[in-house]
Structure formats: C-alpha cells, structure tokens
Design a binder for this molecule. Structure first.
Ligand code: HEM
Ligand SMILES: *[C@@H]1O[C@H](CO)[C@@H](O)[C@H](O)[C@H]1NC(C)=O
Ligand SMILES: *[C@@H]1O[C@H](CO)[C@@H](O)[C@H](O)[C@H]1NC(C)=O
Length: 542
C-alpha cells in the first residue's frame, strides 16, 4: 500500500533514487502514527465520558469490545477475575460506546440491592420478548407503559404473596412428602448404583418440586424430555437473550419449544386454578390473565418460573453432597449431629421422622449449617442486574461515595464478594466445613475471617426487594435429602475410591448457582443402606 501511493515508484519498478528511499522509509511510520492518532480520536469519541465522581474506569485490554468478549466467555466469573486483578470495590466498565457499572464490594452490593433507584424492570422488559418469543401483541403490551404495571404486579405482588405464610407452608409440605416417598422407595433393595449423580438429583428434586409447584398435572412429570429441556435452555439463555440468528442458537430454540409446548396445555386447561396447584403458579397466571394475555403467552412467559424453583436448588444440593461425602471424617461428625439433633421419632416398624426446617438445623446442627453456608459461598455466582433510574449515589463503609448515572446498567456480582480474601481470609479459595463456626471468627474483631466480615460478605440470596423468597423452601428440600443420605446410606463414588468431583460449568449470569461441567457426565455414586437403618421409611417435619 505504502509504496503504491508513493510518487515515482511502482511495484517491482526500477531501483529507487535516494529521495524515493526516504519516502519509502518514512511513509509507513507516518501512516502508522496517523492510524494511531485517528484510532485514539475514534476511541475517545466513542468511549463513554466518565465523571470523576463515578466509579473508577477499568479499561479492557482489547479496546471497545474487551469487556463484552470477557463477559461472553467467562460470564459471571469475569467479575471475579476483574475484581482480583484490579483490587477495586466498584468499577466503570466501558463497552463499545456505553458503559456498565460493576459492583464488587459486599457493602456496596448491599447498598445497591436496597437502593430503590436501581430497578430490574428495564432489564426484564428488554430481554423478555427475545427470550420467551411471546406474540407481538403481548411483547408490545409488556414493553409499553402498561408493562411496568404488570411487571410490578408480578414481581412485587404475586411473587411475595405466593411464597409466604400458608402458601409456602403447603409448598413445603407437598415437596417434602414427595421426597419422603421417593427416598423411602430408593434403594429398598439395599444397594443402588447411580451412573450420573447430577442427573439423579435433578430428577429427585424436579419431581418433588414440580408436584408441589404445579400440582398433579405437573408438566415435568409427563415426560423427562421436559426436564432435559429446562437445563438445555438454562445453558442457552444468554444466547437467546442476545437475539442471535437462529442457526447460532439451535439448541436453545429446541429446548424452549419443548418446554413451552409442555406448559401450553397446562395453562390452556387452567390447571393453575386447580386447588392442588401452588399459589406461586396461580397468582402469577392470574395477574397475567387480568392483564389480558392469552393462555399460550402465559405459558411462554411462565417458562421462567421453574428456573426460579429448580435451577439453583439442584446444583446447590449436588455440591453440598459432594463437599460432605468426599470427607469421611466430616461425614462421621455430621451423622452424630444429625442423629442427635434432627431425629424426633423412630418407630418399631421403621418410620424415622427428621426435622428439616431452618430453625431446627440452625439450632441443633451448627456444623451442618456451616457446611451449607460454605457451599453457598463457594458456588453462588449471582450477578444481580439493575438499571439506575435516577442519578444515584452508593456509599461504601468508609463513607466514600460513587455516583451512578441515570440510564446506566449496574451489575452487582455476589460471586466477587464471596471470593475476596479481605473478607474471608487467606483460605478464601478452599472449602472449610467449619468456616462459619470457627473460634477465630469471634476473636478476630472485624478483620478477614471475622464473623462480622463474613456476615457482611455473605449474600447468597441477594437483598432488598428481590431477596430470594424461596430460600427456606429450598433449604428444607436440601436438608431432607442430605440428612437422609447421612443417616440412611453409605455414599461412595461409583468408580474407584477417590471422589473425582466434576469441575464448574461456565458460571451463568442468568442464575445464581454454578452447575457441574458437562451435566455431571462420568461422575456416579453408589448408595448402600447403612447398618441399622436398612428398612426405614422417612418422614420430614418442619
Ligand atoms: C439454593 C437455592 C436458591 C438460591 C441460591 C437462590 C438465589 C436467589 C437470588 C440470589 C435471587 C435474587 C435475584 C436478584 O437479585 O436479581 C433470587 C430471587 C428469586 N428466587 Fe431464589 N434462590 C434459590 C431457590 C429458590 C427457590 C426454590 C425458589 C422458588 C420456589 C426461588 C424463587 C425466587 C424468586 C421468585 C426470585 C425473584 C424475586 C424477585 O425478583 O423479586 N428461589 N434467588
Ligand atoms: C434516587 O434518586 C434521586 C434523584 O437523583 C435522589 O435524590 C435520591 O436520593 C435517590 N435515592 C436513593 C435511595 O439513593
Ligand atoms: C416452609 O418454608 C418457609 C419458608 O420456609 C418457612 O418460612 C416456613 O417456616 C416453612 N414452613 C413451615 C411449615 O415451617
């Protein structure tokens, strides 16, 4: 290029004179400088301006798109990577011509989750049509002025009201009864080999939760393909929300179609109004019908409901079981704790009643509770996404203030607050069963690993108005399974004697808890009835 544009020279032409040589030598340099200058000008014009009161700018290594590529590739882990490499409590991440605020410090996250000027509604409205493929009429309604009202009715009325009091009580009881019957039937023969432990737990929890949430017409009970579709969809949700061309999201499209087609007959037959359906299903569907949505679009939208109820409980239980049973000494300690603390009755004909509620476990099984919290700490990667509706100020624990500008997206990365040694101490990357009950936790003032620091940095269920309303329900399900396995079974890896626990799958920005890589492929467990507990029927009590 350079030689072509230099007067007096032609490619492959005659030997050059001295001045021609000069031109040849300087032209590439001049052009390179021009490119750099123009490049910087373009970057400067395109880069968002950042007010000194805003969070400090963290530039990507690849200009303009570096953070986008990082988020696409690492998803929620990208926040942990950036927090660790910058050491910052909060940052402004430039992306193309825009910016996103990333909040990493637990105190700032807590302040952000509570702040009423930070709303999830714009984000929900923005991704819902692409993710759910509702009809145009419904998409217009949801994204129009009435959409805000309907979203608020769903989020601030239907959800909280359906997951409290008598409603959650019934959900608990139905799910626990279903778990009791599955686990009592399980391994009645004495020994059971489970080739894929992840899939086995998924099935167990999905059937109990599905029945509790949907009633006897549970769409997940009709065909296990529906359950598979839910997890395939989970793995593809980010792609769907970006509305990429169909060939790039084939698996996502297929999974969505299977799930929605399974839910359509349920809502069309109005099974959400059955007495045996939960208020969680009923109240949300009722709001949507009042808002004028047709049944098929209710089914399309409510494809997201089983995510809330299943997508986090199943992986958390999976990791909890791996964390416990891969440590034989811990298993012994926990057995003693559970037998002394949670068994309330053992009849002659083999019925064992176990407590599974939060208060009982908290009070009687501190080590089990610590294992549960430590599992949450290590595997919750939740990124809570909000939009600043007004110019808003977040204040950290030292009084330092950060301005968040109206219209900007704010990502609060709970995984980053669970991974900072400043709060958790030098063993932050290890699983410590007794972390939450260690003696030094009380003696270390406010420093790393103190109970005060840990309390501030432990945010597995979010906070503010969106604080997870299902957390105690999930807890009861998980405790029922774990304490049953502890008392009733010897649990071993299926292959060999070593626990080769799967690694983490990509940590999704869409849900809260990390999944095992490759759907837990190749990781099985063997369950044998424990001596003295051979013919037990399990009953759970809250
Ligand atoms: C270990 C299990 C679970 C974990 C770690 C978990 C975590 C979370 C987190 C972090 C949020 C906040 C999201 C945000 O800030 O944007 C959330 C919200 C929510 N969770 Fe859970 N969750 C679990 C189980 C459940 C279960 C079993 C249900 C239902 C039966 C449920 C229902 C919900 C709902 C409906 C919301 C949305 C609340 C709102 O936006 O107002 N969760 N969950
Ligand atoms: C919300 O925004 C308004 C306008 O900027 C501001 O005056 C108010 O203090 C903010 N509220 C909170 C809770 O930060
Ligand atoms: C069921 O879970 C909810 C939420 O757990 C909890 O508040 C309630 O105490 C539980 N129900 C019972 C029966 O205790």
């Amino acid at each position: 290029m350079a030689s072509n544009s230099t007067p007096g020279t032609l490619p492959g032409g005659p030997a050059l004179n001295v001045s021609g040589l000069d031109t040849m030598a300087t032209a590439p340099v001049t052009i390179a400088i021009a490119v750099v200058v123009v490049g910087f000008l373009i970057l400067h014009i395109l880069s968002p301006s950042v007010d000194p009161r805003e969070p400090p700018l963290v530039k990507p290594r690849i200009p303009l798109i570096g953070h986008i590529l990082g988020l696409m590739r690492h998803q929620a882990s990208y926040h942990i990577i950036l927090q660790r490499s910058t050491g910052k409590p909060i940052a402004t991440l430039p992306m193309l011509t825009g910016k996103v605020y990333a909040v990493w410090d637990p105190h700032l996250i807590a302040a952000g989750l509570r702040n009423k000027n930070l709303s999830s509604t714009p984000h929900i409205k923005a991704v819902t049509p692409a993710v759910t493929q509702v009809t145009k009429h419904t998409a217009d309604l949801l994204t129009g002025p009435e959409g805000d009202h309907l979203t608020d009715r769903m989020m601030l009325h239907a959800i909280p009201n359906s997951l409290k009091g008598a409603s959650i009580q019934r959900l608990n009881e139905t799910a626990l009864a279903a778990l009791a019957s599955s686990l009592s039937a399980f391994a009645a023969t004495g020994s059971e080999s489970v080739p894929n432990a992840w899939l086995w737990l998924r099935r167990l929890i999905t059937s109990a939760t599905g029945k509790a949430v949907y009633g006897p017409e549970d769409p997940f009970a009709k065909d296990t393909e529906v359950e598979d579709a839910l997890w395939d969809l989970e793995a593809n949700l980010l792609k769907l929300s970006l509305n990429l061309p169909a060939p790039l999201v084939k698996a996502g499209h297929r999974a969505r179609a299977v799930l929605q087609q399974a839910l359509m007959p349920y809502y069309a037959a109005r099974h959400d109004e059955d007495a045996a359906a939960s208020d969680f299903v009923r109240l949300r569907a009722a709001e949507l019908r009042t808002g004028g949505l047709p049944d098929d679009d209710i089914a399309r939208l409510e494809m997201m409901l089983p995510f809330a109820a299943l997508a986090n409980t199943v992986p958390l239980l999976f990791w909890l079981i791996c964390n416990i049973f891969s440590r034989p000494e811990l298993v012994e300690q926990l057995r003693q704790e559970v037998e002394a603390g949670l068994v309330t009755a053992k009849t002659d004909d083999g019925e064992v009643t176990l407590l599974a509620g939060t208060a009982a476990v908290e009070e009687r099984c501190p080590l089990l509770m610590s294992c549960y919290r430590e599992t949450l700490r290590r595997t919750v990667h939740q990124v809570s996404t909000r939009t600043a509706m007004q110019d808003t100020v977040l204040t950290d624990r030292n009084g330092r203030q950060y301005l968040l500008k109206a219209g900007t997206v704010v990502q609060m990365a709970i995984g980053a607050s669970h991974a900072q040694d400043e709060y958790w101490g030098g063993d932050v990357d290890e699983f410590k069963p007794d972390r939450f009950i260690r003696k030094e936790a009380d003696s270390n003032g406010e420093g790393p690993g103190s109970s005060k620091a840990m309390r501030a940095a432990f945010q597995p269920f979010g906070g503010g108005v969106h604080l997870c309303p299902g957390r105690y329900f999930a807890f009861a399900e998980m405790m029922a399974v774990v304490s049953t396995l502890l008392l009733g079974f010897e649990v071993e890896p299926l292959e060999g004697t070593e626990w080769k626990v799967p690694g983490f799958a990509t940590r999704s920005v869409i849900d809260a808890v990390t999944k095992p890589a490759k759907q837990g492929e190749g990781f099985g467990m063997r369950f044998r009835r424990r001596q003295g507990w051979e013919n037990v029927r399990w009953v759970y009590q809250l």
